[in-house]
Each structure stands twice: as structure tokens, then as C-alpha cells.
Design a protein around this ligand. Sequence first.
Ligand SMILES: [Cu+2]
Length: 175
Amino acid sequence: MTRFTRRTTAFAAAGIAAFTLTGCGAGAGPGAPDSGTGAPSGSATEDARKGSAAEGGLEVGGAWIPEPANPATAAGYLTVRNVGDRDDALVDAETPAAGTTEVHTTVTADSGAKTMEAVERAPVPAGGELVLESGSYHLMLMELPEDLSAGDTVALTLHFESGTEIDVDTPVLER
Ligand SMILES: [Cu+2]
């Protein structure tokens, strides 16, 4: 709990706006004409390049990282399908490609401004799915030791509340 609070504070100090515009894609809209429009469906070619893996009743698909506009941070998007009969939740993620990886959600303030917050769990209900995408839950990769470019592959490990761990090779793709 302490760690969570401290991270939230750190975001405020570092400037949430910068992350919002460059890290998450949460600010996609009129000012970002190149992002978002085809994201939910994507092309068949692009989908084939995305990462997938399965373990313990959980299936991960459509894993990808948009090539970061800001070299300091990157977002990770994927879908987790729970084909088991037990509720689960994504609680953590890690990769050698980032010093810190967090599970974030996107919140809309009364003003309409979108910011993001670290969460301790993102639910994956039995028979349901968790979608990590721009403007919603997503992974936040921070403190990148090296720049990520389209064509790179990131070894991502997802940790679930049930104890299940899933490794998924996640490609960096152009936005
Ligand atoms: Cu984020």
C-alpha cells in the first residue's frame, strides 16, 4: 500500500500530463490524428505479428507495444481471456526492457482530462476477459534502459493473483 501511494505521488510530481500524452495514448483524440482509429480491430497482418501465450486457464493474445513517442516510457496492450471457472486478476508485470513495469488504468476527471493511475489488480473474471488498450487498462513500461523501436521484441512476464505466470514475446510495432 505504501508503495502504491508513493508511486501515485511520484506521478504527480513528474507531471501526469507528459505521461498522458506520450506514454499511454490516453490523450488520443483530435490532436492525435495518427493514433487510435484502427486500434481495436487492426489489420490481419498486424494481428499476426502480435504476441500470444496461454497458461493456467488464461489466454493472452494481441500483445503489442506501440513504438514509444517518448523514449522514457512505453505502453503495453493485450487481451487476457479467462477460459477457466475461477476469477483472476492481473497484479503485476515485468520485463528486462524496463526498470519498472506497472498496471495502469485511465481515469477521466470532471474536466474531461484523462490521467492514469497505477492499480494493484486488474480483474479477469471467469469466462470473461481483460482488455489492455489505449484509454483503459494498460501496462506502463518505465525507466527503459534502451530505446524501443518497431521491430524489437520485448519478453513480458505477466503475474496473476492465482499465481499463474505467463511469458509473452511482445513485438514493438509502429503506432
Ligand atoms: Cu500509463
